[in-house]
Design a protein around this ligand. Structure first.
Ligand code: AMP
Ligand code: MG
Length: 490
């Protein structure tokens, strides 16, 4: 017999600060071991960036990332939270996720390491705590695409298949995703605090969150007020980014809104092909609450819920607290519109603001909507990619608009060349087109054929640079993809 082997460190440096908070905020729970953990996706560059030993044997990574082996120093917990789902308040919590702990990178950054789909927790209610391979690969693909698009997001370290079936309307292969996040603290965590935690625990929790994500506001005179403002600014930047690339989150419930301002929870999300502010993909969003063009307003609504949860800490005088909350929430629209305009100007290659910009931007959007033009490809066409002209851009109304735009660009320093340089950095050539995503995920999850997924991941790893061999990835589906539907929590 060999001597007792020390478990390999794998590069982890655990520091589980959330576990030091009041215990009402979480429940200790271990992942449920699975039969046959097998690593099917592993994000080498991310592992390196986190200071993890990517080169360690695959079986050891699989055991850890399936939840079969808990690494020494980790402290698995399920986090409690509540939230408004489609406008209705409810108690939630990590029903199919377990936070292994927080890892400190060699650069000293702190990240949550969370397993998604590792079995039941005290918050699972009737759910099995499991996830399908299809859904976890979907999150892996889209979150990595968002990262490379330059949009704040949780990331995906790995997907491990469990060897166990997951029963939905039929049996599917089960899988566990490893999610990396600045934290998993949500607007819904503050709703949980306000509704379910004793008052004496509110301040320590809020202090913790501020210290972790917005430490500089502790220096200000009104840290809670400043905190809400800062969350608002990050949310605005996030939504503006979503609007830039045509991303529809699909389920912007308050529990799916990160306090750190990352895109989180890739359930029914999708990217628009044809421009349409009413575009909805999620099969359960029958009212269009989370439509593409409603996302800014919904983020404001969610922010109001955050501010409402913090009222007693904003000011001891209730009326004054309400005034302060209103002032912040009411400032949202002007800030959003200014940032959205700056972003849209960048999409058109315009550096300097001009009185007519609103009309110019609206003119193009209305034209795209009327003629069913592809959002991504229209901006690429303006950026000089003439291979994308499918005849639509010969249209008389478009030509008229185009002349106005050309005149406007010509008046800018650097003219068309400078404009196009700016546009190339703003307008992606590749987005995860729904039909491409479906093909890649079906091949992987149904046939164990991973090469389409790996190619798509490769294409999306450099989305702003046209690579001629990947032309086909720029094409929308023949029918424009209008009937495409996505499903939640699969
Ligand atoms: P989501 O739609 O992923 O934001 O999840 C909403 C809530 O349902 C969260 O509290 C989840 O933890 C819970 N949930 C979703 N799927 C499952 C599942 N398979 N088992 C247990 N809880 C789940
Ligand atoms: Mg969620």
């Amino acid at each position: 017999m060999s001597t007792t082997e020390t478990p390999p460190s794998m590069g982890w440096k655990w520091d589980n600060s959330y576990s030091t908070l009041p215990h009402t905020l979480f429940s200790p729970v271990l992942p449920t071991p699975v039969a046959q953990p097998q690593l099917v996706a592993f994000n080498q560059p991310l592992a390196h960036a986190l200071g993890l030993h990517a080169e360690a044997p695959e079986a050891e990574w699989a055991a850890i990332l399936a939840g079969n082996t808990v690494p020494p120093g980790a402290n698995p917990i399920a986090q409690a939270y509540a939230g408004h789902q489609f406008g209705h308040f409810t108690m939630l919590g990590d029903g199919r996720a377990i936070l292994l702990g927080e890892h400190l990178t060699p650069q000293g950054e702190r990240f949550d390491i969370q397993l998604k789909g590792p079995g039941q927790t005290p918050y699972s209610r009737r759910g099995d705590g499991r996830a399908t391979l299809y859904a976890m690969l979907r999150e892996y693909l889209i979150s990595e695409a968002m990262h490379h698009l330059g949009i704040p997001t949780t990331r995906s370290l790995a997907v491990v298949t469990t060897g166990l079936p997951v029963y939905r309307e039929q049996a599917f292969m089960g899988a566990v995703l490893t999610r990396i996040a600045a934290s998993h603290i949500r607007v819904g965590t503050f709703e949980y605090m306000r509704h379910f935690m004793p008052e004496n625990e509110w301040t320590p929790f809020v202090q913790y969150v501020i210290q972790r994500h917005y430490p500089d506001v502790l220096e200000t005179e009104q840290p809670v007020e400043a905190f809400i403002q800062r969350v608002m600014l990050r949310q605005i930047d996030l939504i503006v980014n979503w609007m830039r690339v045509g991303f529809v989150h699909g389920v912007m419930n308050t529990d799916n809104m990160s306090i750190a301002g990352e895109s989180i929870d890739y359930g029914p999300c999708a990217f628009i092909n044809q421009y349409d502010p009413k575009m909805v993909f999620s099969s359960i969003d029958t009212q269009g609450r989370y439509a593409f063009g409603r996302q800014a307003a919904i983020a404001q609504w969610n922010l109001a819920i955050l501010a409402g949860s913090l009222l007693p800490l904003l000011d001891p005088d209730h009326d004054k607290a309400v005034e302060k909350a209103k002032e912040i929430v009411n400032s949202y629209a002007d800030i959003y519109h200014a940032k959205w305009h700056t972003m849209m100007r960048a999409k058109l290659g315009l550096r300097q603001p001009h009185a007519d910009d609103s009309a110019l931007i609206r003119g193009l959007l209305q034209w795209m909507e009327r003629f069913g033009a592809d959002y991504t490809n229209t901006f690429l066409f303006l950026g000089g990619d003439t291979t994308l002209n499918d005849g639509l851009y010969n249209n008389a109304e478009f030509t008229e608009w185009h002349q106005q735009w050309e005149q406007r660009v010509a008046a800018e320093p650097g003219g068309l060349d400078a404009a196009r340089e700016m546009m190339q950095q703003t307008n992606p050539a590749y987005i995860p087109r729904n039909h491409q995503v479906e093909n890649a995920l079906e091949a992987a999850s149904e046939n164990g054929e991973f090469s389409p997924l790996n190619t798509l991941l490769n294409v999306l790893s450099a989305p702003y640079k046209v690579r001629p061999e990947y032309r086909s990835y720029q094409s929308p589906p023949d029918d424009g993809g209008v009937g495409y539907r996505t499903f939640c929590g699969t």
